[in-house]
Design a protein around this ligand. Structure first.
Ligand code: IMP
Ligand code: MG
Length: 173
């Protein structure tokens, strides 16, 4: 599938991750932040970000789902499939997302996390598709804004395929 058009190169993504790590490191120095990644798509970005951060922090993962099998549109019905294993009360929480599209997933997750009274709650997303937003969400640390196309690679999938591309590619013709 190497003919899929590249939307963001590996180098471009690496620079964005390094810039995000610099911003986050200066804001969270000595705060032992808890990074909460949204599975599955975030696993590549989370690994790159944590290595770039190179500072004391903890990592957790949650899994949410709103996509049916083989679809490129959200069903709009977000569910927490796997929640947190330990409490976040009093913690400095940074949600780490691969991509924000309609905003429903993030909105749902932020409500779920806010109920548990973290000391602070911010969002870091590698990719943003603002033209598709249905629910307003604030992204505190944003990597790259991309056009309104369905993308794969860098952990992102279509029907569980193409997560392995090191760059971001467009699935649409
Ligand atoms: P939202 O609720 O529409 O913002 O959806 C966010 C989630 O949908 C992301 O965390 C991804 O898992 C998935 N998603 C949204 N857009 C894309 C895309 O272009 N490619 C692959 N997954 C996507
Ligand atoms: Mg995601």
């Amino acid at each position: 599938m190497s003919e899929l058009q590249v939307v963001c190169s590996e180098q471009c993504i690496r620079s964005a991750v390094e810039r995000l790590a610099c911003e986050i490191r200066s804001d969270y120095q000595d705060k032992n932040p808890l990074l909460i990644g949204v599975l599955k798509g975030v696993f590549v970005f989370m690994a790159d970000l944590v290595r770039s951060l190179n500072m004391p922090l903890e990592v957790e993962f949650v899994r949410l789902s709103s996509y049916g099998y083989g679809r490129t549109e959200s069903s709009g019905d977000v569910k927490v499939i796997h929640g947190l294993e330990s409490g976040i009360e009093g913690r400095h929480v940074l949600v780490v997302e691969d991509i924000v599209d309609e905003g429903r997933t993030l909105d749902h997750l932020l409500r779920y996390l806010n109920e548990q009274k973290p000391a602070s709650l911010k969002v870091c997303a590698l990719f943003n598709k603002p033209s598709r937003r249905q629910v307003p969400v604030n992204i505190d640390y944003l990597g790259l804004t991309i056009p309104n196309v369905f993308v794969v690679g860098c952990g992102l999938d279509y029907d569980e395929k193409f997560r392995y591309f090191p760059d971001l590619r467009c699935l649409d013709d």
